[in-house]
Design a binder for this molecule. Structure first.
Ligand code: DAH
Length: 334
């Protein structure tokens, strides 16, 4: 055996030994790949060693080739084994980091509650939907026609003084009441009609404890053959009893351009009569305006302020509390 051969053989053995140790010590996949390139790559240490094979006598080359193959296989096997270990460890670590401890206490999330105004609106809609009514809405920017004229309130009508209106420069206005929805709804539908319409309304009021320039109303409208004032009274009574409890109510004669006769409804609350809503039989002129025959159909309507209901029900002394989003105030309403 030539010296060169035994020398090369020893070097191969040393390479295998060193390589196996380094591979077993690799603690991540990147490091392992570096080692693979360093030992087995095209320009790796094994190739470099085998470059020296050319100096061997021809008959010794197969021997060294065979040894080189076992070294190569040993390193490859070592790399595969280590890769497998590292991958398994990585998955294990991931599983451990993602473990959920189902016995841990939950994260506290404060629970919100319904704003008192939305509470009144929700309850009202529930009651009327229960009575077979449909919920409707209309635009807050209105034309003079829907807010006044079609509601039997022509331009020179004194009732226009009752409501100080925000007029817009284009001739439209911000609706002063949800009664405008009556007209829009009747234009679209044929009787029989049972509709409840909540929404925002606007008035040029000075803002104080009981007035706001923007507030909310809910409008009711029923049109059918043979509806009478008795139906109106019965409906209002059912509603107010549901909302406030079984308290005395009374109807007082009043005036609205779009109803005839008209009434105001008072509720006895803590021993005092409180005015809570306006109502009446739909004026025949209004029915004519939307193309209904007042000889065939009659209707009743009513409207009330949501803020007023909320203030009475919850004993709120200042309307502005309903708008300034103070959580200490709002958290009281469950
Ligand atoms: N629109 C009236 C207001 O803003 C309230 C009202 C009164 C509505 C009588 C009605 C009604 O539908 O019949 O003060």
């Amino acid at each position: 055996m030539s010296n060169q051969l035994s020398n090369l053989e020893a070097q191969l053995e040393a390479l295998r030994h060193e390589g196996e140790n380094a591979i077993a010590a690799a603690d991540n996949l990147e490091r392992l790949e570096e080692l693979r390139v360093s030992y087995l790559g095209k320009k790796g240490q094994l190739s470099v060693l085998l470059g020296g094979m050319g100096k061997l006598p021809a008959e010794e080359r197969p021997k060294i080739g065979a040894i080189a193959n076992t070294v190569k296989e040993a390193l490859q096997t070592g790399i595969e084994k280590q890769r497998h270990n590292l991958e398994a460890a990585k998955i294990q670590a991931q599983l451990e980091s993602e473990t959920i401890d189902v016995t841990m206490p939950g994260e506290y999330r404060p629970q919100g509650n319904i704003h008192p105004l939305n509470g009144i609106i929700d309850r009202t809609l529930d009651i009327f939907v229960g009575l077979g009514y449909t919920v409707a809405a209309g635009p807050e920017m209105e034309s003079d026609y829907y807010n006044f004229e079609a509601l039997n309130t022509p331009p020179d009508h004194p009732a226009r003084d009752m409501q100080d209106t925000f007029y817009l420069s284009d001739g439209n206005l911000l609706r002063t009441h949800t009664s405008s929805v009556q007209i829009r709804y009747m234009e679209q539908e044929e009787p029989p009609i049972r509709v409840v319409a909540p929404g925002r309304v606007y008035r040029r009021d000075t803002v104080d404890a009981t007035h706001s320039a923007v507030f909310h109303q809910i409008e009711l409208l029923a049109v059918d053959e043979g509806l009478t004032f008795t139906d109106l009274k019965g409906t209002i009574k059912v509603f107010l009893n549901e909302m406030f409890g079984d308290l005395p109510i009374r109807f007082r004669a009043s005036y609205f351009p779009f109803t005839e006769p008209s009434a105001e409804v008072d509720l006895q609350w803590n021993g005092r009569w409180l005015e809570v809503m306006g109502c009446g039989m739909v004026d025949p002129n209004v029915l004519k305006t939307v193309g209904y025959d007042p000889e065939v159909y009659t209707g009743f309507a009513a409207g009330f302020g949501v803020e007023r209901f909320a203030m009475v029900l919850h004993q709120i002394d200042d309307i502005r509390r309903l708008y300034n989003s103070d959580l200490r105030f709002l958290r009281q309403f469950h």
